[in-house]
Design a protein around this ligand. Structure first.
Ligand SMILES: *Cc1c(COP(=O)(O)O)cnc(C)c1O
Ligand SMILES: [Zn+2]
Length: 418
């Protein structure tokens, strides 16, 4: 028995019972994204600081009472979550903050935070009797769904835009997904996947639509709470594309607060690339979101038409947070620094959050004493081409010692001046 009591439409605020058969609000249509409601008084008898401290479960399943599934098949899944939280002792110097932590979600099974949503989607699908799941994605949701579905003997059908990097496509082909590479952008891939889902009745993993995805993503906040010894950080930086991740992060902190695990909710800073920052512009101008071209190398957050803007906007506002944009140049610099300062390999979309943190001191009210967490949402091995652009192509030498000595001398000199 899970603790879901119903669903609430984030647009019209209508509440529906827990056993409904629709994904979005029937009154509002595709705009009516639902939010899962729980009985927190009952959950509180299963989740507390004391219980969590003694729970050895090494995955998101330690938060099962806060998830909308029965959990009868969780033994079948890949191990998602309980990723490390590191203090960034060298990188933090570039942010002017004395206490900066990295939540490294790039070490999840398919190497991105999306695994938190996908593993839950696969469990939800199986509990509802589906064996085929479908999504459209700029890449990580896709490879993540493909891997988690394979593990649980489900078929995945995945629509990707033309631009998706090969590293990500390789992953999902490898996992046996039916890959549909659409000659168009993310918007096109999304629309076509919706039509196909309607036609074939598959389970819909599109994060903007399916209310269960936020529920999986919120577990990253629960882990931060535990790993910070139940003391909430002041700020959390999150890269934003569709907005589902930051909405999940907010929900996780809000629930932690509701259950008495933390005393305040951190301010959330939503970070976008200045080449595609519809949230930042809408927030600054106080207007509805406008479609934007997708002009950034941070492909996982290049979403010109965010599908679920309301939850993300509400999350940042309710946390008293802000929206910021960062240039591609700063994203590349953040990638370089993270690699060399901390030994953490991130893809550009993940580096965006770190680039945002490099601007932390420009936030009104920010101080060097702030405790800041930055979420590394995806691994750099997903896109080695951009990684090499950020640093340098490998150099080849002749096979003899004197050439090596000259090369080594140059390298060490260059590093001194870096
Ligand atoms: C998907 C993704 C994001 C953004 O998540 P949204 O839910 O689309 O806002 C950020 N970083 C990486 C690496 C991602 O894959
Ligand atoms: Zn509605």
């Amino acid at each position: 028995m899970n603790h879901v009591i119903g669903y609430q439409c984030t647009t019209c605020r209508r509440i529906y019972p827990r056993d409904v058969a629709f994904l979005t609000c029937p009154e509002c249509g595709i705009e009516g994204i639902l939010d899962v409601l729980y009985d927190y008084d009952r959950i509180a008898s299963h989740i507390s600081k004391e219980r969590l401290r003694h729970d050895p479960t090494p995955s998101i399943w330690r938060y099962l009472p806060l998830l909308p599934i029965e959990g009868t098949m969780i033994e079948d899944t890949l191990r998602v979550g309980m990723t490390p939280l590191y203090q960034a002792r060298r990188f933090q110097e570039h942010t002017g903050v004395h206490h900066l932590y990295i939540k490294d979600d790039g070490v999840n099974p398919t190497m991105s935070l999306k695994d938190r949503a996908s593993v839950l989607a696969v469990m939800d699908a199986r509990e509802r009797g589906h064996d085929t799941l479908c999504c459209s994605s700029t890449g990580n949701a896709a490879s993540s769904l493909a891997g988690n579905a394979a593990r649980c003997r489900c078929q995945s059908v995945i629509f990707v835009p033309k631009r998706a990097p090969m590293g990500k496509l390789a992953q999902l082909i490898y996992f046996g997904a039916i890959l549909v590479r659409v000659d168009g952008d993310y918007h096109d891939a999304f629309s076509l996947s919706q039509q196909a889902i309607e036609r074939y009745g598959w389970y819909n993993r599109n994060a903007a639509i399916n209310p269960v995805m936020v529920e999986g993503k919120k577990t990253v906040a629960f882990e931060i709470v535990e790993q910070m010894q139940f003391i909430a950080p002041d700020y959390v930086y999150v890269s934003v594309g569709d907005g589902c991740t930051i909405a999940g992060v907010y929900k996780g902190f809000r629930e932690s607060h509701r259950l008495g695990l933390i005393e305040k909710i951190p301010k959330l800073i939503g970070v976008q690339s200045s080449g595609c920052d519809p949230f930042v512009r809408a927030w600054k101008e106080g207007k509805p979101l406008q479609a934007q071209p997708e002009l950034t190398l941070a492909d996982s957050i290049a979403v010109g038409v965010p599908r679920n803007p309301q939850k993300a906007m509400d999350a940042v506002k309710a946390s008293s947070g802000r929206w910021v944009s960062v240039s591609d140049a700063l994203i590349l610099e953040a990638m370089r620094r993270l690699g060399q300062d901390e030994g953490i390999f991130v893809e550009p979309a993940a580096a965006a959050a770190f680039a945002g943190a490099m601007l932390h001191q420009s936030i009104p009210g920010a101080t060097p004493e702030d405790t800041v967490v930055v979420i590394a949402t995806g691994n750099g091995l997903k896109d080695t081409k951009t990684a090499l652009n950020a640093v340098a192509e490998p150099h080849m030498i002749k096979n003899n010692l004197s050439d090596f000595i000259a090369f080594y001398h140059n390298e060490t000199q260059r590093r001194k001046h870096d």
